[in-house]
Design a protein. Structure first.
Length: 656
């Protein structure tokens, strides 16, 4: 899907000229550094594995990767990622990151004193100018690249064992080591169809699949889970290329294998111990291929939630009865599926047959699903801007026309999709470089200068103050301009980081002029403790005395519109369920189970989720009322576009 043939023709030509590697080096002349740290087994399933299984696998995996790489390349160094430092990569043609190296800087959270908004800065593992060619495996791709803006981000830790929608003409499937790919027609994952509104053609019911791994989490619940990255905006810069998608719980064009700059994302998690023979060869080809890209990434994606023009399609869809009917149909199908599963397991129990561990847990935690949908009018009000609802009411056609007509003028560089009235006033799409030409001409002529300055500040990484400087820059680089939405909604120059117009550091000192932008929806003042698009989950706790010898802890969860956390996770689903762990003082014990309201069905496997606001309560029996108890609340938060990395919040709950 969304295959760019012209781009691939260029890449193939570069590959041929490069001689399959950096310069004229052949694979047997290449030096490879492999950094260990991942496991083939899911660390979240540690309790389901025999003691020592993961630790044993770490050594076997390291040995297996070393053997595979030595089979194809001249010199291979194997070491633990924890012993790595970035300067080591200078001596190697390719570095394979199969584990996280030591942090160079920890993460931090800062509060904007003016707005009260919380800004999160992820940890740093590599310097901004890191230019060594590398392959990153599984979730390491996101962890390494998040701080420096690599597009191999965390869309979902939900990649299974097979690839599909391969760009078969890509070099890694052709050499330098010969491989014959075999395909098997298999059903498209059910979750892919949630994204039908993003595609003009129907998503196929079945698709040719290429098996990468001999094991996967869908058939073996304790096996590791791979990572897919966002497809939207992935290829909007000349330094990035989609290579393959894979079986996952997201869009059918989610990036399972892709390259951004000098980073090649291999999202599949299996080591050579569990790779197919074909995949082993393709992995070796991928290592050889990335060696030619020794320069830092150009367009930088610093916001994993960065909206793109695909977001306009989401907005149009959510303003339709089709979205309402699809959600209702899905929820009813989940209810029927769960009821059938319950009846089947219950019948097995009543016959006296032995239940599996999963079946017993299913019966123990079963709660009937209540399908509750608001009226369509309320659904619309929840999903469109108040100003639009006041204007269009229940008229779906008007919403559709509004989004279609304004699609060329939406802007997302500040993290939320808004309508750029400046671009619209000129009638020039904001991804058309004529917009920059128009703004420079206005400065030269002394007309609409304020609008021109806003446009240039909004859509470029330049800080020129004189019209002649703008003209000189545009005349020199105009033919090489490209527009990146994922990279911040900027026009950038196909060149190096040092090329004028490519320096993101300008954002730290340049403040754009006041923008004539109308937000969709208009900004609304929020309390600091309310969830936002940047912080979609807010968790707080409270403690109360309920009577003699009894106290209660309440966990209050507030989720931003469209986001959810997982209450229960069905067998074969890759999500992480929420968990409350208490550390109680002497003389206290839990009185019964955590009390949780009904949750919404999410997948056919039985996964359920919470949305909006919800409160969980836990009763605790104590000999005397304690001053406080400790609580660790862990969860994973997702929406239709992203699954954030798992979070763990610690609280000291006091009783008054």
């Amino acid at each position: 899907m969304r295959i760019r043939l012209l781009l691939m023709t260029f890449v193939l030509a570069c590959w041929t000229l490069a001689g399959y590697a950096a310069g004229d080096k052949k694979p047997k002349d290449m030096r490879i550094l492999y950094l260990a740290g991942n496991s083939d087994w899911n660390p979240q399933a540690r309790e389901m594995l025999e003691e020592g299984t993961i630790e044993k696998n770490l050594e076997l995996r390291k040995e297996a990767f070393g053997d595979l790489l030595r089979e194809y390349f001249g010199e291979v160094t194997v070491m633990d990622a924890k012993d790595y430092s970035p300067e080591m990569s200078e001596a190697y043609d390719v570095t394979v990151f199969d584990g996280l190296p030591p942090m160079l800087e920890p993460s931090r959270r800062e509060t904007d004193p003016a707005t009260g908004a919380m800004k999160y800065t992820p940890p740093r593992y590599l310097p901004d100018d890191f230019d060594a060619p590398c392959v990153t495996i599984g979730e390491v791709s996101s962890r390494l690249g998040e701080r420096i803006g690599v597009k191999n981000d965390w869309f979902c830790l939900c990649l299974d064992a097979c690839a599909h929608h391969l760009r078969e003409e890509h070099p890694i499937f052709h050499g330098p080591f010969k491989v014959e790919l075999t395909f098997e027609e298999q059903p498209m994952p059910d979750e892919a169809f949630y994204y039908q509104h993003q595609f003009d053609e129907p998503i196929p019911e079945t698709v040719p699949m290429w098996r990468v791994q001999t094991k996967g989490y869908k058939t073996d619940a304790v096996f590791g889970v791979g990572l897919v990255s966002h497809p939207w905006g992935y290829e909007d810069s000349p330094d990035a290329e989609y290579i393959s998608s894979g079986v996952c719980a997201k869009s059918p064009d989610a990036v399972a294998i892709g390259r951004h700059g000098n980073f090649l994302h291999w999202g599949f998690i299996a080591s050579p111990l569990y790779m197919t023979e074909e995949a082993k060869v393709v992995f070796a080809n991928a290592v050889a291929y990335i060696a030619q890209f020794r320069r830092p990434v150009l367009a930088r994606k610093f916001n994993v939630n960065m909206p793109t023009r695909a977001t306009v399609k989401d907005m149009k869809y959510m303003a339709s009865r089709l979205a309402y009917d699809d959600q209702l149909k899905f929820m009813n199908s989940m209810k029927k599926m769960q009821e059938d599963a319950y009846a089947e397991v219950k019948a097995k129990q009543e016959k006296g047959d032995e239940l599996t561990k999963q079946e017993a847990a299913f019966l123990e935690n079963y709660q009937p699903i209540e399908v509750q949908m608001p009226p369509f009018e309320a659904f619309l009000q929840q999903n469109v801007a108040p100003a639009l609802f006041a204007q269009f009411g229940m008229d779906e056609a008007k919403y559709a026309r509004y989004y279609d007509e304004n699609a060329p003028y939406f802007y997302g560089g500040n993290g939320a999709l808004v309508l750029d009235e400046d671009a619209k006033a000129w009638g020039i799409p904001n991804n058309d470089k004529r917009l920059i030409e128009k703004a420079i001409s206005c400065l030269e002529q002394g007309v609409e200068t304020e609008r021109a300055q806003r446009v240039l500040a909004r859509y470029t990484l330049c800080g020129f103050t004189d019209p002649a400087e703008w003209r000189k820059w545009y005349d020199r680089y105009g033919d090489r301009l490209f527009f990146t939405e994922a990279g911040g909604w900027f026009f950038m120059v196909d060149g190096s980081r040092l090329t004028p117009g490519n320096d993101y550091s300008i954002l730290s000192w340049r403040k754009a002029p006041e923008a004539a932008v109308v937000s969709e929806p208009a900004p609304v003042a929020k309390e600091v403790d309310e969830p936002t698009a940047d912080e979609p989950v807010k968790v707080s706790v409270s403690g109360s005395v309920k009577g003699e010898g009894m106290v209660e802890v309440a966990i209050h969860i507030a989720l931003y519109k469209g986001f959810h956390i997982y209450r229960n996770v069905g067998e074969g689903d890759p999500y992480i369920p929420m968990e409350a762990r208490f550390e109680l003082p002497e003389g206290c014990e839990l009185a019964g189970e955590l009390q949780m309201p009904a949750s919404r069905p999410f997948t056919k496997a039985g996964t359920t989720v919470y949305e909006g606001k919800v409160t969980l309560t836990q009763a605790i029996r104590c000999a005397q009322v304690p001053e406080s108890v400790k609580l660790v609340f862990s969860y994973q938060c997702c929406d239709s576009n992203i699954c954030l990395s798992p979070q763990e919040d610690e609280f000291e709950v006091k009783f008054e």
